[in-house]
Write a protein that binds this ligand. Structure first.
Ligand code: SF4
Length: 437
């Protein structure tokens, strides 16, 4: 069996090496990169996209492997091929979810790819909340973790407000300007090593007020929810610029935030104890962490409600509630029950009936929690208009867009039928007093 080199990231490397990080959510990763820099690491968040990345993924990862793995590893291999830094001063960072899904094992695939391509001496860091693999000189102290968590929440806030501004902006580019200003404000605050929630909450208020200044047209657009496997849901590289496409079709995108995934993971640890009686101590710790995180999200919701007319996200309690009658909480591989909950929540809480469920081709967990529950969702919510779209290197972009266009045609038809029905009922009502006379 071929031996795969495993080069550790040492403490000394913290001062000499630049860490390359693959991108998933551009806004969030910019803030998170800043948090790491603040703790002394040299960071480069990768921004190489396009066919070159996909080709590198196909060349270096078996095509049976999850599409997100191909893209993440492809992006890093492509970056190494075109790197303007000395390769002996570069390290790579990859996340390990620590769950039972294949995402925990991307790191081994990356090392294999590096070894095969002659980059075996490059150290690879595992970033994991679950401590799947120790990475010597790279550590996640609690203060840094806390900053990262706040960074994710700020990223969600910016993304949510941007999505509600961009389709309606009166002056082109204003929403993007609000994003840039907000990220700058966040970067400035996240330069501090110790952050108090009061400061983060003041920053959030400023972000909301900044977006309030974006002039918006008052018009109705078709709202489309985007859910699915975490990478293809968020990454423009993974979903063929889905958000851009939906905007070009005249829609408003509604996308649940990344913070919910943290809440989901911590809640699952609690639930493991409830269900199987395992890891009592971990469950007790995660219970506290989860309640703390829920509290921060609720604070953010209150800030949005108090300072603007933007629609805030749901409280996590309501997300958990949404699973009832649809899926058990023991289903927790990949996005698990959270994916189902997000679809139900979009329909029932946000009144968004049109949903694109993004799925990497061959992703078993998402086929169960996405496609697998669509029938029951449609039975209980007949107005639901959901389309599942597979993403893969060989999937045709035209086919994907055609499926989405068909879903949008249904949405427009349902809208016009509803409009006609409400017109008829108001005409009926107008006639009634005359008939009574
Ligand atoms: S959720 Fe799907 S795509 Fe993601 S690691 Fe698991 S199997 Fe692969």
């Amino acid at each position: 069996m071929e031996e795969i080199k495993k080069v550790p990231f040492t403490k000394e490397m913290k001062h000499t090496h630049t860490i390359l990080i693959p991108t998933m959510l551009p806004i969030h990763f910019q803030i998170l990169g800043n948090v790491l820099e603040n703790y002394g690491y040299k960071i480069k968040v990768l921004d190489n996209f396009g066919q070159g990345v996909i080709d590198q993924g196909l060349k270096n990862v078996h095509n049976d492997t999850c599409y997100p793995a191909q893209l993440v590893i492809g992006q890093m291999m492509d970056a190494l091929e075109h790197c303007d830094l000395p390769l002996d001063k570069v390290a790579l960072l990859i996340t390990q979810t620590g769950g039972g899904c294949r995402a925990s094992n991307y790191i081994y695939l990356l090392r294999k790819a590096l070894n095969k391509s002659g980059y075996g001496d490059i150290p690879v860091i595992s970033a994991s909340f679950m401590k799947s693999e120790q990475s010597g000189g790279f550590s996640l102290p609690v203060t840094m973790l806390l900053q990262a968590v706040y960074g994710v929440l700020c990223g969600d806030l910016i993304m949510t407000l941007y999505n509600q501004c961009i389709p309606y902006e009166k002056n082109a580019g204003e929403s993007q300007k609000a994003v840039d200003d907000s990220v700058k404000m966040a970067e400035k605050l996240f330069c501090k090593k110790l952050l108090r929630w009061k400061e983060v909450s003041a920053l959030m208020e400023k972000i909301i007020l900044r977006f309030n200044r974006v002039e918006r047209r008052k018009e109705e657009k078709i709202k489309v929810g985007v859910v699915g496997e975490i990478y293809v849901k968020y990454s423009p590289l993974g979903n063929n610029n889905l958000e851009e496409f939906l905007l070009s079709e005249g829609c408003e995108v509604v996308c649940p935030g990344l913070f919910d995934f943290l809440l989901y993971c911590t809640h699952n640890a609690e639930f493991d104890y409830e269900l199987y009686g395992i890891n009592k101590v971990k469950a007790a710790v995660m219970h506290k962490v989860n309640r703390f995180l829920r509290g921060r999200k609720s604070d953010m919701i209150r800030l949005i409600e108090k300072n603007s007319d933007f629609q805030p996200p749901c409280h996590f309690e309501s997300t958990i509630e949404s699973t009832k009658g649809y899926i058990g909480k023991g289903v927790k591989m990949g996005e698990g029950w959270l994916l189902t909950a997000e679809m139900v929540e979009l329909i029932q809480h946000y009144k968004v009936n049109n949903i694109v469920c993004t799925q990497p081709f061959g992703c078993l967990p998402n086929h169960i929690c996405g496609k697998g529950v669509m029938r029951v969702i449609k039975e209980k919510n007949p107005q639901a208009n959901i389309v599942a779209v597979d993403y893969d290197s060989s999937a045709s972009k035209v086919n994907q867009q055609n499926r989405i266009k068909l879903m949008l045609a249904n949405a427009r038809l349902m809208d016009s039928q509803q409009g006609m029905a409400s017109q008829e009922s108001s005409q009926e009502k107008a006639k009634q007093p005359a008939a009574a006379l």
